[in-house]
Write a protein that binds this ligand. Structure first.
Ligand SMILES: Cc1cc2nc3c(=O)[nH]c(=O)nc-3n(C[C@H](O)[C@H](O)[C@H](O)COP(=O)(O)OP(=O)(O)OC[C@H]3O[C@@H](n4cnc5c(N)ncnc54)[C@H](O)[C@@H]3O)c2cc1C
Length: 442
């Protein structure tokens, strides 16, 4: 069985390692246009902020590791076109410019995503940078050395993490977003209010509800960001306004969503036989609404890549879908969320109720304790739980993973009230926060 893989970050690496282990006789070739594989982008902010000193820890595989499994890794090789019906690839070696053809019995598409680059005036000025891969991370660190003023455009989790990293490094930081609050897709306002207050108290300027109109420069280097409501002097701009799937090669060949994300079934099969896909280039089934959504996360990528391998020959293991569970640390605040927020439920036209509990996470007789705020969103009629968010200074984010299981298994708020959770004064109270919040809903 000849297996071709396009792209070797998280989804690709997971698919390759598992395929090689499950089918030792398979002839696997992976094409990767970058000069490294398996880079953990989630470490970029920590690397930029100086928390991670040795970036080698951000890689967990290499062509040498893959070759021990019998896999051929073609680095700096760009797949230029794919003929899915005839099972052929056209590849360019980016070092030699040599072009050649390859064929496959099974194709695994793990081409991932790329940052959205809006057609704004001045976007090509020097020091307007992206934040996606290892080369970007190094570029940001290098350019930040001489920068006093930094503007981050986009207040999703990537932008927000970078803002904190730059501020901790002593930069004057401005965060611009056209939405009127940060992290609006992940958290409701009472949570983002706390995070915004933390940023402001550290001197970060939040330019929210402002749309970038142009970048102005001097000597071809960015110097100012002009929005519809103001202008900000800057030495460096990082663009973090979202991602789009890398699927141009497959247009009109396999079924895609309107944004270009590949539609796969629960076995990671595309609409064409013997062609599988995983990771940021795919849409996923979002359990709270049951629809396909574009949720580019490493967690989805590694799961889907592993499932491609398991289902490559026969459909064996189904993907259970996702809740888009995520966590973030903003200064001393540990925050996590899963499923729908109250606001996103309204956008999805789902009639929901919410319940919030704010309590000390462990008994007040303990030498220290602090408060946590947990909010649960559930459907009005069925009482099915659809989402949850938590914020606290003590790390209680794991309870959101529990809530992810609750949503995946379609539990109701009434059922959650009496689930058996342990009690031990070091960790919690006799009524666990998850029970407490559900009891209050009754
Ligand atoms: C700054 C940052 C922080 C993040 N933090 C988190 C986090 O904390 N938690 C989390 O779950 N997720 C996080 N993510 C998201 C996560 O990194 C992505 O979901 C993950 O990288 C997706 O992996 P992937 O393999 O599907 O795609 P990608 O990482 O996009 O990799 C695709 C690969 O395909 C290659 N490729 C594409 N086209 C071709 C072609 N034609 N020929 C050859 N090679 C090709 C690319 O070079 C690339 O190496 C973060 C992302 C960023 C940018």
């Amino acid at each position: 069985m000849k297996v071709a893989v396009i792209g070797c970050t998280h989804a690709g690496t997971a698919a390759i390692i598992n395929t090689a282990n499950l089918y030792p006789d398979a002839e696997i070739t992976v094409y990767e246009r970058n000069d490294n594989i398996s880079f953990l982008s989630c470490g970029i902010a920590l690397y930029v902020g100086g928390v991670i000193k040795d970036p080698q820890g951000l890689f967990y595989s290499s062509p040498q590791e893959l070759s021990k499994l019998g896999v051929t890794t073609k680095m700096l090789h760009h797949v230029e076109s794919v003929d899915i019906n005839n099972k052929k690839l056209q590849v360019k070696n980016l070092k030699t410019n040599e072009q050649f053809e390859d064929s496959f019995d099974k194709l695994i598409i793990t081409t991932g995503s790329w940052p959205i680059i809006p057609p704004i005036e001045g976007i090509n000025l020097k020091n307007v940078l992206l934040s996606k891969n290892f080369n970007h991370a190094n570029d940001i660190i290098e350019k930040a050395k001489d920068a006093n003023n930094v503007v981050v455009v986009g207040a999703g989790y990537i932008g927000v993490e970078l803002v904190e990293a730059f501020e901790m490094n002593g930069k004057n930081v401005t965060l611009i977003d056209m939405q009127d609050r940060i992290l609006p897709k992940y958290l409701d306002k009472e949570y983002t209010d706390v995070a915004e207050k933390a940023f402001r108290s550290h001197g970060v300027k939040l330019a929210l509800g402002e749309k970038v109109q142009r970048f102005e420069g001097k000597d071809e280097t960015v110097k100012r960001v002009v929005t519809d409501r103001g202008q900000y002097e800057t030495d460096l701009v990082i663009l973090c306004i979202g991602f789009k799937p890398n699927t141009e090669l497959f247009k009109d060949q396999i079924d895609l969503l309107d944004n270009g994300a590949i539609i796969v079934d629960e076995y990671m099969r595309t609409s064409k036989k013997d062609v599988f896909a995983a990771g940021d280039n795919c849409a996923v089934i979002y359990n709270p609404t049951g629809e396909h959504r574009y949720i580019p996360l490493a967690t989805n990528a590694v799961r889907m890549g592993t499932l491609v391998a398991r289902n490559l020959v026969n459909p064996r293991t189904k993907y259970m879908g996702t809740q888009g569970t995520s966590g973030i640390k903003i200064y001393e605040h540990c925050i996590a969320a899963t499923g729908l927020t109250e606001e996103s439920a309204k956008d999805a036209r789902i009639d929901v109720k919410t319940v919030t509990v704010e309590d000390n996470y462990r008994p007040e007789f303990m030498p220290t304790y602090d408060s946590a705020k947990l909010k649960v969103v559930y459907e009005k009629g069925s009482k099915k739980i659809l989402g949850a968010q938590i914020i606290s200074k003590t790390d209680l984010t794991q309870c959101i993973n529990t809530m992810s299981v609750v949503i995946q298994n379609k539990m109701t708020i009434d059922e959650l009230a009496f689930v058996d959770f342990f009690f031990q004064p070091h960790f919690n109270k006799p009524w666990n926060l998850l029970n407490q919040v559900a009891l209050q809903a009754e």
